[in-house]
Write a protein that binds this ligand. Structure first.
Ligand SMILES: Nc1ncnc2c1ncn2[C@@H]1O[C@H](COP(=O)(O)OP(=O)(O)OP(=O)(O)O)[C@@H](O)[C@H]1O
Length: 243
């Protein structure tokens, strides 16, 4: 089998806020075209890790590389699509105006803009709500619009912080189908989650607890190694073995 290209490499990454050690010596590699899930309970350090990975915040120790470039680096920002945990949308503007604003930031031409806005809104199933003010969107619709914005510039790497929070199961399924479609195009996707059934959908998982990466592997590997029938059980075994 062909050796996979390493897209993200974290080397001994640590982060402290004052005296609190929030990330503890994380070493991790993520490969091209995989859907990688960062799984852990609330407060485990998932958002903090993601922010270090993409250079939005600096680690107190260690290094992160994306596309073999040490982070932070402005030169590769355009190759990454990032969806933060809280939506960064202009509520007083329509969805279309939000999309146009972000598209112009990415330097898309008028023609490209029109096409991409149509495409991304189809992916997130919001085409019928293009002209609605964001302030009139539901929570789930805002998450989907944020996802559409992250997809606008056709990034090679998508980093999504809890992308399906507040989204109902039916739509969640369709969003996951769109992740698989993006994966087929060779896009690498990182999602953070604390939802176990979502973790099952990932190619590989990194389990995080108290700032430590306690296990990495495919869902099947993690279950087999711990003799567990569910990811939740496997997580508890790994978590217990660490303490
Ligand atoms: N800017 C900050 N200053 C101080 N502490 C912080 C800061 N950002 C995060 N923390 C702390 O770091 C820890 C990890 O937070 P983080 O948001 O990374 O967790 P998480 O796994 O993403 O949780 P959730 O699933 O609830 O989003 C928490 O204890 C949090 O209070």
């Amino acid at each position: 089998m062909e050796k996979q290209e390493i897209i993200i490499s974290s080397q001994h990454v640590s982060k402290s806020f004052g005296k609190q050690l929030v990330l503890n010596d994380i070493t991790l590699e993520i490969f091209s075209g995989e859907i990688f899930g960062l799984l852990g309970p609330s407060g485990a350090g998932k958002t903090t890790l993601v922010k270090q990975l993409i250079g939005l915040d600096l680690p107190t120790g260690g290094e992160n590389y994306i596309f073999q470039t040490r982070m932070p680096s402005l030169s590769i920002v355009e190759r990454i699509g990032y969806m933060a945990q809280s939506d960064a949308l202009y509520e007083e503007l329509s969805a279309k105006e939000n999309l146009e604003f972000f598209a112009s930031l990415y330097g898309l031409t008028r023609k490209q803009r029109q096409n991409r806005i149509r495409e991304v809104m189809e992916i997130v199933e919001l085409s019928d709500h293009l002209h609605k003010l964001v302030s009139n969107y539901s929570g789930g619709m805002k998450r989907r619009l944020s996802l559409a914005i992250a997809l606008l510039h056709e990034p090679e790497l998508l980093i999504l912080d809890e992308p399906t929070v507040g989204i109902d199961p039916v739509l969640r399924k369709s969003i996951w189908e769109s992740f698989y479609e993006l994966k087929k195009k060779g896009i690498t996707i990182i999602v953070t989650t604390h939802v176990m059934d979502e973790a099952e959908k990932c190619d590989r998982l990194g389990m995080i607890r108290d700032g430590q990466l306690i296990a990495v592997g495919t869902p099947a590997e993690l279950k087999n190694k711990t003799n567990s029938s569910t990811i939740e059980e496997a997580f508890l075994v790994y978590g217990g073995a660490e303490s």
